[in-house]
Design a protein around this ligand. Structure first.
Ligand code: CA
Length: 233
């Protein structure tokens, strides 16, 4: 029998923490919890969790710093941020630091479980993915190392940004709708009501890295009414 999937919940509010743990246990996951930042970081860095649910506002060390430190030691650790409402800056920063997704409080249990399942499925992209992506004459991206160069400039990417680029690269002959990116890169099904902002935030971050003029993209372009397309020649 395969081992149970292990989740870590880092959350200082007791009611949310125990509520989450109960729900996730009910869905068959093994759950551990942490209540403060340093404890959460230490447990997350143990490497034994398949997914970390990480509150942003935490005592002693906030979730964004924990996210950053997890990502530096493990580029592949799945992380979902739990955010309070009206904290857009935190969401943008968290995704830039490499979190896979975020869920805004108050969230419905059903939605949260779907997100957890989606992130756990996320690697099922199902196409041959490029290890090197070249754009124009001067951009070269090494997807395995989440790194690249633009002329003399060194570029660093999050894993999710690279997955978006790889998917667009694999399908560069056409525009890819946001919903398809959510399904294929994030693993979300059509049953999930969610904002497409997660996709847009990642695209905006990518443009700032690869576009000479991010407000007037020439590689990662928007095709009106159709989605995003990567122009590789
Ligand atoms: Ca909190």
């Amino acid at each position: 029998m395969p081992r149970k999937i292990r989740l870590l919940v880092v959350e200082d509010e007791p009611a949310i923490r125990s509520g989450l743990a109960d729900v996730l246990l009910f869905h068959g996951y093994e759950v551990d919890t942490a209540t403060e930042g340093p404890e959460g970081l230490a447990k997350a860095l143990s490497g034994k969790f398949d997914l970390v649910l990480l509150d942003i506002m935490l005592p002693k060390m906030d979730g964004l710093e924990i996210c950053d430190r997890i990502r530096r030691s493990d580029p592949d650790q799945p992380i979902i941020l739990l955010t309070a409402r009206n904290t857009d800056d935190d969401v943008v920063r968290g995704l830039a630091l490499g979190a896979d997704d975020y869920v805004a409080k108050p969230f419905s249990v059903a939605q949260l479980v779907l997100r957890v399942q989606a992130v756990l499925r996320r690697s099922q992209i199902g196409v041959d993915l490029a290890t090197t992506i070249e754009l124009g004459a001067d951009i070269r991206i090494d997807t395995r190392n989440l790194a690249g160069t633009r002329g003399q400039e060194v570029l660093a990417f999050t894993r999710k940004e690279i997955q978006v680029l790889q998917y667009l690269h694999a399908h560069h002959a056409r525009a890819v709708p946001r919903e398809e990116l959510l399904a294929k890169v994030w693993g979300y099904g059509k049953d999930l009501e969610l904002e497409t902002r997660t996709v847009d935030i990642h695209v905006a971050k990518l443009r700032r890295k690869i576009e000479p003029d991010p407000s007037n993209p020439k590689y990662l372009v928007t095709i009106r009414g159709a989605g995003y397309r990567l122009l590789i020649t």
